[in-house]
Design a protein around this ligand. Sequence first.
Ligand code: SAM
Length: 257
Amino acid sequence: MKFNAPKKRFGQNFLHDANIIGKIIDFIRPAAEDHIVEIGPGRGAITRALSYQAEHVDVIEIDRDLADALEALEWPSTVEVHRGDALKFDFSTLPKTGEKLRLVGNLPYNISTPLLFHFLDSAELFTDMHVMLQKEVIERMAAEPGSKQYGRLTVMLAARCEVEHLFNIKPNSFTPAPKVDSSFARLTPSAIPLVNAEIYPTYKQVVTAAFGMRRKTLNNALKGLLDTEQIEGAGIDPGLRAEVLSPSEFLLLAEQL
Ligand code: SAM
């Protein structure tokens, strides 16, 4: 099968390194009965390895040329190709018998944050999500409070899931080689999320405001949302900065709103 040249606008950097593909599969450990959904299958590097082990793999690909090429290939198990934008995909249409999904993707790095938020919106549908992204983004996702990488993305993900930074990948494992290092991570939605669906919009509002003004104290950053008394009412020092607050402390602030 001949594939078209990689398209930059779709963030196409195809994995060609068999060791890395093997490592990805070792971490995912697909089982025959798993219902897997892969975002951006590209030329099928990960899809093929998945389809040797899982009986049903749904793939979502925006590039019609690639989707055509994938459909024309022979697969060891059922691979269903969905053409379209993963950002708009309704994952609730996939489970046939109420089973949970396992999400996998070497994601297009140019839309990484909106994609992660879209997955989070359906977190209850997934057992886990294994994603490859630029290293710097994965470091932000898994950061500890007080560290340089800790920010809005970390705190918003922590509301719904646990994040594990699994391993790093050098640019020469891809064609074409990206300009940045990459990492692979596992996101496991919590059975009982730290932040429930009801309070989630308020939590998001507080977190966005708090990190919107980095280097400002909570007292200043949250002006208009929470006053000094309310911040103190949550047991938090209004003179602190957002960067040092844990996700649970952001929840306490949201509860004051
Ligand atoms: N999985 C392949 C691999 O590892 O070699 C390809 C990974 S490449 C980094 C990202 C893939 O996502 C490309 O195939 C690209 O066309 C696809 N893609 C980009 N934007 C997308 C979107 N919004 N929805 C679905 N697929 C998208």
